[in-house]
Design a protein around this ligand. Structure first.
Ligand code: ATP
Length: 361
């Protein structure tokens, strides 16, 4: 698969989340869905956001797009090229959506109008966001449909969404997102509903179409398999916080946080037999009353007393092979030696199950 060109975390931020939190008011108390996130997305990069179900991946970006449920509230700052999106009035935020930033969801029908032909839906996007005249808009819509690989595009463009397959509908939604030449596209589990061969095609398409265009892609997924092929960087979320962040190859080879290692060990991999898959013990915490200290400590085989009482900050853990890419972990016992390619995952594989002081960085 293709990888997008990127300069990683070193450039001027396109999107910068600072002290960013999301809370939901519920009868049981406040759900701490996203907490104190500091995250940067740079132009042209593909950043994967991964974590178990309920870890806050979707809400984190729903908040950026102003799409939280009524009981939700985002705080901190979410700056797109310096403009704090959280401070904008709905009408102003609306102008950013579609034009500067686009979101692609798992179900393409959330973005498509079932009663409107594809031609009109795509053309309308261009008329509204880029001010194109009808004829121009329709011509560009057709050429984009061809670029996203819809066969027989001249005929398909005259159809309604229900006449297309799921994979084709998702291609239409991607076409719609790309038509406005947004600075950033957030794709939330864009291929989960599709069959496996189509999944790979759609992700390759995304990578191809964003590569070189300067458009940043944030890929939200619980499927670590898709991450390896298309993303440049990865941010791992647990209980609403980023627990590890870094260049994909490095994080996969030498996870610095026990949760990342556990997540990697919990998925089938082509280089290991099926028996090597180890589900993560225990359950994700209740976000109304998250555990004190590190939220992962009740499930962590490496926790020490400090982990139960003090929350570890997200801090640089090593001299990365790519110094322009942040490598951070929120762990009191981060364990990574990039030069030797060791991390928590490699500890498990050698069966030692513990870490030595000398290996700390
Ligand atoms: N409207 C809401 N009211 C209360 N809690 C909510 C609301 N919406 C989401 N949450 C909670 O916020 C937390 C984060 O949810 P989020 O959808 O971001 O998780 P996720 O990591 O994207 O999971 P998934 O992969 O299952 O979509 C979850 O605990 C969820 O139950």
């Amino acid at each position: 698969m293709l990888k997008t060109q990127t300069s990683g975390g070193g450039d001027t931020p396109l999107l910068q989340l600072t002290d960013y939190s999301i809370r939901f008011a519920t009868p049981d108390g406040e759900v701490q869905a996203v907490s104190d996130v500091d995250l940067m997305v740079t132009a042209g990069e593909t950043l994967a956001i991964v974590g178990e179900s309920g870890s806050g991946k979707s809400q984190c970006f729903n908040g950026v797009f102003g799409l939280l449920a009524r009981n939700g509230r985002a705080s901190g700052a979410a700056r797109l090229e310096g403009t704090d999106l959280l401070a904008l009035k709905p009408a102003a935020l609306d102008r950013f959506r579609g034009r500067d930033m686009a979101m692609v969801f798992q179900d393409p029908m959330t973005a498509l109008n079932p009663a409107m032909k594809i031609r009109r839906q795509l053309a309308e996007t261009l008329e509204v966001h880029r001010g194109l005249k009808r004829r121009e808009a329709e011509a560009e819509a057709l050429s984009m449909l061809k670029r996203v690989g819809i066969p027989d595009a001249e005929r398909r463009i005259e159809q309604y969404p229900h006449e297309l397959s799921g994979g084709m509908r998702q291609r239409v939604v991607i076409a719609m997102a790309l038509l406005c030449r947004p600075k950033i596209i957030v794709a939330d589990e864009p291929t989960t509903a599709l069959d496996v061969t189509i999944q790979a095609q759609i992700l390759e398409l995304f990578a191809e179409l964003t590569a070189g265009s300067g458009t940043a892609l944030v890929l939200i997924t619980h499927d670590l398999g898709v991450v390896a092929g298309v993303a440049d960087r990865i941010a791992v979320m647990y209980a609403g916080r980023i627990v590890e962040e870094g260049e994909v190859g490095e994080v996969f080879a030498a996870p610095a946080h026990p949760y990342t290692a556990a997540l990697l060990a919990s998925i089938p991999r082509v280089d290991r037999d099926a028996g090597a898959v180890e589900p993560i013990p225990g359950r994700p915490p209740n976000l109304v009353r998250p555990p004190a200290g590190c939220a992962f400590h009740p499930r962590c085989g490496f926790a020490v007393e400090r982990c139960t009482a003090e929350r570890p900050p997200l801090e640089a853990v090593s001299q990365s092979a790519r110094p322009d890419v942040h490598r951070r972990a929120a762990c009191w016992r981060p364990f990574v030696d990039v030069a030797r390619g060791t991390g928590y995952g490699t500890v498990n594989e050698t069966g030692s199950g513990s870490i030595g002081e000398t290996s700390h960085v």
